[in-house]
Design a protein around this ligand. Structure first.
Ligand code: ZN
Length: 93
């Protein structure tokens, strides 16, 4: 049986997913997705593959959180203070 991380890599190789998608498809809690993602990012580096993040963005003003290094979703927009934030999405290249 593949490990949860292997399943996550397979899933993200097929297409972009948000943490919420991953948690639903693999039946794990959303907050447990993030530590797995950090681990996957490291293990992929040794296989010359890469975990790519589509940055979260503000739905009100369009601000993109491009410099963000963490995997979790930001709480609010630094520019307009809106809390309507599009979730970051992940894929494996
Ligand atoms: Zn904004």
């Amino acid at each position: 049986m593949p490990t949860i991380r292997q399943e996550m890599i397979n899933l993200l190789s097929d297409g972009e997913c948000s943490a919420q998608d991953i948690s639903q498809i693999l039946s794990i809690r959303e907050k447990d997705v993030y530590p797995h993602l950090s681990h996957i990012a490291k293990s992929l580096a040794s296989q010359k593959r890469k975990l790519c993040t589509v940055p979260p963005a503000c739905l009100s003003c369009g601000f993109e959180f491009k410099t963000r290094k963490r995997f979790t979703r930001p709480g609010r927009c630094p520019r307009c203070k809106s809390e309507r934030i599009r979730e970051p999405r992940y894929r494996v290249d």
